[in-house]
Write a protein that binds this ligand. Structure first.
Ligand code: ANZ
Ligand code: ZN
Length: 879
C-alpha cells in the first residue's frame, strides 16, 4: 500500500506548495449554491485589504479553518468563503500619499493578501471570493437602499460634521487632532449638512429581544455589550409649564428615569441646540446681549462624542427664561448646559443636584440650590452633604423626604403617585427610551458605495430607478485630499431627474463602509447572482451562518448593523430567520514582547522583536535584550498587543517562510484557547515545529519498515498493543469533543502530542502489533489534519488514504475498556510481586496465580491464615 518514497525529514517548504496546488486543481473546497444533507456555514470576518496579513488575521482564519476542516472530516458539506471589505479611508490616504488610484491600490493589496491567505492553507471556496468595491456587489446594496428609502426606513436630515476649511473636506472624528485637521492643521469647524439615516431605532426593541435567542451561541460579554449599546430605559416624560408664555408658549418636556426625585428639582437644563435655548439667545441678541448666542456657538464647536461630554468640564449659562414646577408651581430657571445632549430624550433634563452627580457638579459651580429628597438609607446613617458628592446619592433605594404629600414613598410608589397626579393634567406620561440612535450613513468621501439618490431642484430627493442601478463609482480617480473628487466630476454628477426629466444632480456622498460589511455574509451564499442580493435557494440552503469568528473589537457596531440588516433583508423577503449568526466566537488578541530605549526627553524608540537578540539563563529566563543593529542593550517592556505604535508586530510571512504554514497554525492553536490572549513566543513556534518533525519521523519510520498489515485481531493483543489502542481511541474521543463542543484547540493538540509519544514508545513485534501502530499513526494524522493539513495530507497519502475523503475516525468503545489489569501481591502487607491478569478473572483463579508467583512463594512459609482480595487492585496473603 505504500505508494512512494518520502523524505525522512519534514520539509514544509517542499510539501506545502504542492498540496495547495492540488487543492486548487481539484477545487476540493468548492460547494454549490444549494446543498442537501448535513452542511454548515463557517465564516471568519473578512479582511480589509490593508496591504499584508497580520497575526490577528492568521489567528482568525486558522480558527475558522480548523472548525471547517473538522466538520468536513465529520462528513458535512462546509461553506467557508473569503472576500474583501474593500471600500474605506486608508485607500484614499494611500492615494494622496502615493498618487495612486484607490481602486488600483486596493486590488494590488488584494492580490498580495490573497496569495498570503492561500499560503496559510485555508480550506476556502475561492470561487466565491468577491470585493465589496465592485459594482456587482454594491449594485444590490443600492437596490436595498432604494427599497428602504421608499418604505421610509431611510430619511435625510441635517447633521453636524467636522469641517476642515483649508482642505474643504469633512473629517472623521479620528482625523481631528486637538481640534485641528490631521492633514492641514486648520482649526476644525462644525457644519450642518444633510445626511441619510437608517432608521435602526425602529428595530431597537427587536434587536434587544432577539439577543435572548442567541444566549447559547454568543459570548455573554458580547450580548451585554449589545444590550448596553441599545440601552433601553424606562422612565417618564414630564412637562414643566412655561413661566413666560408670551415668549415661549410651550412648556419644557424632560425625560427622567428618576421621577421619584421630582420634588428635588432646582433648575432645568437644556442642550445648546434646544429650541428654547435658541429662542432665548435670539431675544437677548436683539436686546444687545450677544453672550448667550456666543456660548451656544462655543458648545456647538466642542466634541460631539457622548463620552467626552460626560467627562468634560461643566459649562453653562442661564437663559433668563423660567418654567413652573409641575407640582408646586414654583418658578425654576432654565439653563443651557454642555452635559445635556440634544439627541437623547427631549434634549432637556430636570436637574436634581442632590441625587445626580452631573447636576451636583453643575449646581456647585453655578451656585444653584441643592435639595435632598431621598433619605440616606443604606448608607450607614451617613448624613447627606451639600458640599461633597457621595456614590449613594444616586441610589434608588430610599424613601422620599422633603416631598410634602409624597414623603415616605419608595421608588416605584413615588413613580406611580407622580404619574397619577400629572397624567390627567397632560403633564406626564410613561416613556421607554433607547440610547441607540439612528445610523447616519452619508460619507463625504470618494472611495465608497455611491448613494443611489438624485437631487432635483423641483422634486427634491428622488431615488435612482432600479433599471439604472448600479450607480457606478469611477475608478480611475486619484483624490488629492481637497474634498470629494466626485464633486469635481460633472460626468458623474450631471444627470436628469427621473421624476420630472429636468436637469438634476446625482448625490456625491457615499455610504459608510459598515454598510458593505453588514450583508456580505449573505452574498457569499450566491456571490454571482445577478437577480438580487441573494439567490433564494442559496439563502435557504446556507443561511444563517452557523459559526462566526472575529475580533471582539467588532462586538458592538458591526454585529449590531449586521443583525439589523438581516432583519431588513428578512422584511424585504430576501432571507429567512431573524438572526444572521447562530454562534459567535470572539478571538483574543495576539501579544508580543516589546523592547525600547528612552531618550533624555522621555521619548521612546521601539524595536521590533525580530531585531532583538535575547540572552537567557539555563532555565530559559531572559537575562538581557540587545538590538542587533548596534549590539547595545534595550529595555524589555513586557507583552503587549501587537501594534504599529509599539513596533512589536511579527510578520506572519516570515514565520511561514521559515517554518511553514502548518507550524504557524499549530503554534497559534496550541498557545492559548481561542478566546484568550495569545502570547507570541519564538520558543513556542519552535516547539510546534519540533512536534510536526516528530510526527513526520514517526510516520516515515513506520513506512520505512514496510509492514503492510492492517487487520487488528483484537482478541489477541499484547498488553502494550492494548494500551496503544486505548490511547488511540481515547484521543479520538477527546479531540472530537475538544474541537466541536469546547473549541479547546490547545488541549486537542496536547492530546495529539500524547498519542505521538505513546506511538513512539510502542515497538511492533508482529503483524498484529504493526496493524495497531498503523491505526495509531493514521489516526494521529487524521486528527491533526484540521491543524496541519499539508503535513497530514502528504503523509496520509503514503498510507493509502486521501485526506479529502477520509472520515473522522470512529471511537471503538471496546478499545476504551481495559482488558487487563495489574494486581499487586502482598505477603503480610508487604509488596512481593505483581500480576497482569484479565479484568474479568475469577477470585479463585487470581489467588491461585498469586500463590504460584515464585517471588511470592518464598515468603509463603506455612499455610495462609487469611486471603484478602481487593478487586482490581491487590491480593494480600497473611501467613
Ligand atoms: C432626573 C434625575 C435625577 C436623573 C437623578 C438621574 C438621576 P438613562 O438612564 O441613560 O436613560 N437625561 C435625560 N435626557 C438627557 C439628555 N438629553 N442629556 C443628558 N442627560 C439626560 O438616563 C436618563 C437620565 O439622564 C435622566 O434621569 C436625566 O436625568 C438624564 F437623581 O432625571 B435624570
Ligand atoms: Zn425633478
Amino acid at each position: 500500500m505504500t505508494t512512494s518514497h518520502i523524505d525522512s525529514e519534514y520539509q514544509a517548504s517542499a510539501i506545502e506548495p504542492q498540496v495547495q496546488q492540488d487543492w486548487d486543481n481539484r477545487k476540493v473546497f468548492k460547494v454549490a449554491d444549494t446543498v442537501e444533507g448535513k452542511h454548515r456555514y463557517i465564516l471568519s470576518m473578512f479582511p480589509y485589504p490593508s496591504g499584508k496579513l497580520h497575526m490577528g488575521h492568521v489567528r482568525n482564519y486558522t480558527i475558522g479553518d480548523v472548525i471547517s476542516r473538522f466538520h468536513r472530516l465529520k462528513g458535512e458539506t462546509v461553506l467557508q468563503p473569503m472576500g474583501w471589505d474593500a471600500f474605506g479611508l486608508p485607500a484614499e490616504n494611500a492615494a494622496i500619499a502615493h498618487q495612486v488610484a484607490p481602486a488600483k491600490w486596493t486590488f494590488e493589496n488584494i492580490a498580495y493578501m490573497r496569495d498570503q491567505l492561500k499560503k496559510l492553507g485555508l480550506s476556502v471556496d475561492w470561487d466565491r471570493e468577491f470585493a465589496t468595491c465592485t459594482p456587482e456587489y454594491y449594485h444590490w446594496e443600492q437596490w436595498l437602499f432604494v427599497q428602504l428609502y421608499k418604505k421610509g426606513l431611510i430619511y435625510r436630515k441635517l447633521s453636524t460634521v467636522n469641517w476642515d476649511p483649508v482642505d474643504q473636506t469633512v473629517l472623521a472624528n479620528e482625523q481631528v487632532e486637538n481640534g485641528r485637521g490631521w492633514r492641514s492643521g486648520a482649526l476644525v469647524e462644525k457644519r450642518d449638512i444633510p445626511m441619510y439615516y437608517f432608521r435602526i431605532t425602529d428595530y431597537a426593541q427587536e434587536l434587544l429581544d432577539d439577543l435572548d435567542t442567541l444566549k447559547d451561541g454568543w459570548p455573554q460579554q458580547v450580548l451585554t455589550m449589545q444590550r448596553n449599546w441599545i440601552g433601553r430605559s424606562t422612565g417618564m416624560d414630564i412637562t414643566f409649564p412655561s413661566a413666560n408664555p408670551a415668549i415661549y408658549a410651550d412648556g419644557l418636556t424632560v425625560y427622567t428615569t428618576r421621577a421619584d426625585t421630582l420634588m428635588g428639582v432646582t433648575y432645568v437644563a437644556v442642550a445648546a441646540e434646544h429650541p428654547m435655548a435658541l429662542k432665548a439667545a435670539a431675544l437677548q441678541s436683539e436686546a444687545g446681549n450677544p453672550e448667550l448666542a456666543a456660548f451656544i456657538e462655543e458648545c456647538r464647536m466642542g466634541s460631539v462624542a457622548e463620552a467626552d461630554l460626560a467627562t468634560a468640564e461643566k459649562k453653562g449659562m442661564a437663559t433668563g427664561l423660567f418654567v413652573k414646577h409641575p407640582v408646586t408651581g414654583e418658578d425654576l430657571p432654565v439653563w443651557i448646559a454642555n452635559y445635556v445632549l440634544m439627541s437623547y430624550g427631549s434634549g432637556a433634563v430636570m436637574a436634581v443636584p442632590a441625587h445626580d452627580e452631573r447636576d451636583f457638579e453643575f449646581a456647585n459651580k453655578f451656585n444653584l440650590p441643592i435639595k435632598q429628597v431621598i433619605d440616606a438609607q443604606g448608607a450607614d446613617d451617613a448624613a447627606y452633604s451639600a458640599t461633597e458628592w457621595q456614590e449613594w446619592y444616586g441610589s434608588k433605594d430610599g424613601k422620599l423626604v422633603n416631598s410634602g404629600e409624597f414623603d415616605g414613598l419608595a421608588f416605584q410608589a413615588a413613580y406611580d403617585a407622580f404619574l397619577a397626579k400629572l397624567e390627567p393634567q397632560a403633564l406626564a406620561n410613561s416613556k421607554v427610551q433607547f440610547r441607540l440612535r439612528d445610523w447616519g450613513v452619508s460619507r463625504q468621501r470618494y472611495w465608497g458605495c455611491p448613494i443611489p439618490m438624485i437631487n432635483c431642484n423641483s422634486c427634491g430627493q428622488v431615488t435612482v430607478p432600479e433599471d439604472q442601478l448600479p450607480v457606478v463609482l469611477p475608478t480611475d480617480v486619484v483624490p488629492d485630499g481637497s474634498g470629494n473628487p466626485l464633486n469635481k466630476m460633472p460626468e458623474f454628477y450631471e444627470t436628469k431627474c427621473p421624476s420630472c426629466g429636468g436637469d438634476a444632480r446625482r448625490e456625491t456622498d457615499t455610504l459608510d463602509t459598515f454598510v458593505e460589511s453588514s450583508w456580505y455574509y449573505a452574498r457569499y451564499a450566491s456571490p454571482d447572482f445577478t437577480g438580487g442580493m441573494v439567490k433564494p435557494e442559496a439563502a435557504q440552503s446556507w443561511l444563517p451562518v452557523n459559526q462566526y469568528i472575529g475580533g471582539v473589537e467588532h462586538a458592538i457596531l458591526h454585529l449590531l448593523y449586521a443583525r439589523f440588516f438581516h432583519k431588513l433583508m428578512r422584511d424585504e423577503g430576501v432571507v429567512q430567520g431573524n438572526e444572521p449568526f447562530t454562534n459567535l466566537l470572539t478571538q483574543g488578541m495576539v501579544l508580543a514582547d516589546t523592547f525600547y530605549r528612552e531618550a533624555e526627553n522621555g521619548k521612546k524608540t521601539w524595536f521590533n522583536p525580530a531585531d532583538i537578540e535575547l540572552e537567557r539563563d539555563e532555565k530559559g529566563r531572559i537575562l538581557s535584550a540587545k538590538y542587533s543593529g548596534d549590539g547595545q542593550e534595550v529595555v524589555i517592556g513586557g507583552q503587549e498587543k501587537m501594534s504599529k505604535s509599539k513596533n512589536n508586530g511579527i510578520d506572519p510571512q516570515a514565520i511561514i517562510d521559515q517554518y511553514g504554514a502548518d507550524t504557524a497554525r499549530v503554534f497559534m492553536m496550541f498557545a492559548a484557547p481561542p478566546d484568550q490572549s495569545l502570547e507570541w513566543s519564538d520558543a513556542g513556534v519552535e516547539g510546534a515545529n519540533r512536534f510536526l518533525k516528530r510526527v513526520w519521523r514517526l510516520a516515515a519510520g513506520f513506512l520505512e519498515k514496510g509492514n503492510q498489515a492492517t487487520t487488528i485481531d483484537t482478541a489477541n493483543l499484547s498488553k502494550d498493543a492494548q494500551d496503544l489502542r486505548r490511547k488511540t481511541h481515547e484521543t479520538i474521543q477527546k479531540v472530537g469533543d475538544d474541537i466541536e463542543r469546547r473549541h479547546a484547540f490547545n488541549t486537542a493538540i496536547a492530546a495529539l502530542m500524547e498519542l505521538l509519544n505513546a506511538s513512539n514508545k510502542f515497538e511492533a513485534k508482529d503483524d498484529n502489533d504493526a496493524a495497531v501502530a498503523r491505526e495509531a499513526i493514521t489516526t494521529l494524522l487524521t486528527l491533526l489534519a484540521p491543524f496541519a493539513p499539508h503535513l497530514s495530507q502528504t503523509l496520509l497519502t503514503q498510507f493509502g488514504l486521501e485526506l479529502t475523503t477520509v472520515e473522522f475516525p470512529q471511537v471503538d468503545e471496546s478499545a476504551l475498556t481495559r482488558n487487563t489489569q495489574t494486581i499487586v501481591v502482598q505477603v503480610n502487607g508487604k509488596l512481593r510481586g505483581k500480576l497482569d491478569v484479565a479484568v474479568d478473572i475469577s477470585k479463585d483463579e487470581l489467588l491461585a496465580l498469586a500463590k504460584a508467583l515464585p517471588e511470592v512463594q518464598q515468603f509463603l512459609t506455612g499455610p495462609t491464615k487469611k486471603e484478602i482480595v481487593v478487586p482490581n487492585k491487590l491480593v494480600n496473603l497473611v501467613v
